[in-house]
Design a protein. Structure first.
Length: 164
């Protein structure tokens, strides 16, 4: 058995442009007012508040030119005999896990999300253009995150393979 772990820093999601961040903030402010006016449950209002806070910080970053703080993500890999398991903190889009498994030097590789914390969704770069819930609402990391996670997973798996 062998293991390897490294914490990487992922860029935060900034909505792609100042205009998009500004529009998203305005939409969330409207949503908050509507939810409160309708007497919605605190859970829904709280979720809107979290999203509004993230979007507001992104807009502030665009306005100030100061980058958003990075998101720490611990990537871990274990080799047990002829098998390996790689662990990533977040809800990783299927294509990323599939790519890691297909390119792993260890034939029997398992990919596990929601491990070592949770950074939210990790979409593929292409999925950011589509937007939607996973990208705009539940994602904290920027489009570069998928390749950074993939590269680190494969690097750790290669390290474990060399220890065989």
């Amino acid at each position: 058995m062998a293991s390897a772990s490294e914490t990487i820093k992922l860029p935060r999601y900034d909505y792609g442009s100042k205009e998009r961040a500004k529009e998203y903030v305005a939409n969330l402010q409207r949503e908050m007012k509507e939810l409160k006016a309708q007497g919605s449950v605190e859970g829904m209002i709280g979720w809107a508040r979290i999203r509004l806070k993230r979007a507001t910080k992104a807009l502030e970053s665009w306005n100030s030119g100061k980058p958003l703080p990075k998101v720490k993500a611990e990537i871990q890999a274990w080799r047990i005999g002829d098998s390996a398991i790689v662990f990533v903190p977040g809800e990783v889009f299927n294509e990323i896990g599939t790519h890691v498994k297909q390119h792993s030097p260890i034939l029997s590789t398992f990919f596990v999300g929601y491990a070592n914390g949770n950074v939210g969704y990790i979409p593929t770069r292409e999925d950011y253009a589509e937007g939607g819930y996973e990208v705009d609402d539940a994602c904290q990391v920027g489009p570069e995150a998928a390749s950074l996670v993939t590269e680190k997973c494969l690097e750790l798996l290669e390290l474990l393979y060399e220890k065989t």
